[in-house]
Design a protein around this ligand. Structure first.
Ligand code: FE2
Length: 270
């Protein structure tokens, strides 16, 4: 077993600096900002409220699995700002597709135990200066559930992530504590089912400040979060989630792909 596999199994995450070049990071930022510029942000009705279930009934969110859609920050006053784009950038936007179809990622997730990788969802998270909100502690497997759990999050810092601008924070070893909740779809709605009422411990969280170009790999059961961006600098990041086709994808996950747009592996050509 490789050292990084041992580390991933022990901690539930890996920090791999220097994964993406400055040019690759800048290319994704430019592509994302182009999409935002082409979006009528003021017309977007949906507020993506990561803290509650405000989006649970919203088709804009629930049907975004195979699309590229913008979601707004939950800021009651002031101009509307985009919180994120999701959730099929890796399929629909050439720059993201090229970035995501990296044989190094294929090899990495296989090394970490994914037998048949499938690219499930992608997001560009903006965390704009002073408006980018917090993301409360959660496990990605709550949203992207397979039996057994297989989802791995690949989180790329496109800019330096710092303590001030809302870098990731992880709870090392929490991937061994079981799944705390599931976000389940019921037709046009979705709701959170609590499986374990215990709150996450207050102590033991590790902030992960990283330079631009760093890849942070997150086990699907690892508790992680990020604070609001209180700095004058943006903290844009790209997140790609991969599951194992040899597991059972939950029929009541919020994200459902239409039959004509099946999930693909890393190297399947367009
Ligand atoms: Fe997450």
């Amino acid at each position: 077993m490789s050292e990084r596999r041992r580390q991933f199994d022990r901690d539930g995450f890996l920090v791999l600096p220097g994964f993406a070049s400055p040019e690759a990071c800048a290319g994704l930022v430019a592509a994302a900002e182009r999409i935002v510029a082409e979006t009528d942000v003021d017309a977007l009705e949906t507020i993506f409220d990561a803290k509650g279930q405000g989006h649970g009934r919203d088709r804009w969110f629930l049907d975004s699995g195979p699309e590229v859609r913008a979601f707004l920050e939950d800021t009651p006053e002031g101009p509307k700002r985009v919180n994120k784009l999701g959730h099929a950038l890796h399929d629909r936007v050439p720059e993201f597709r090229a970035f995501s179809d990296d044989p190094r990622l294929d090899a990495l997730v296989r090394e970490l135990g994914v037998a048949a990788p499938r690219l499930l969802q992608s997001m560009l998270i903006f965390k704009y200066p002073r408006v980018g909100g917090e993301v409360p502690a959660h496990q990605d497997a709550s949203y992207l559930y397979t039996e057994p759990v297989s989802v791995i999050g690949l989180w790329f810092a496109l800019e330096e992530a710092t303590l001030e601008n809302g870098c990731l924070e992880a709870l090392p070893g929490s991937h061994r504590l079981g799944l705390r909740s599931r976000y389940r779809r019921d037709g046009d709605r979705a709701f959170t089912e609590r499986l374990d009422p215990r709150p996450w411990p207050r102590a033991g969280w590790r902030p992960l400040p990283v330079p631009a170009g760093t890849l942070v790999v997150l086990h699907g059961l690892l508790a992680h979060r990020s604070a609001a961006n209180r700095s004058p600098d943006p903290r844009r990041a790209y997140a790609l989630h991969v599951i194992d086709a040899e597991t059972e994808y939950a029929a009541d996950n919020w994200l459902q792909r239409p039959a004509d747009m099946p999930l693909r592996g890393f190297s399947t050509p367009a």
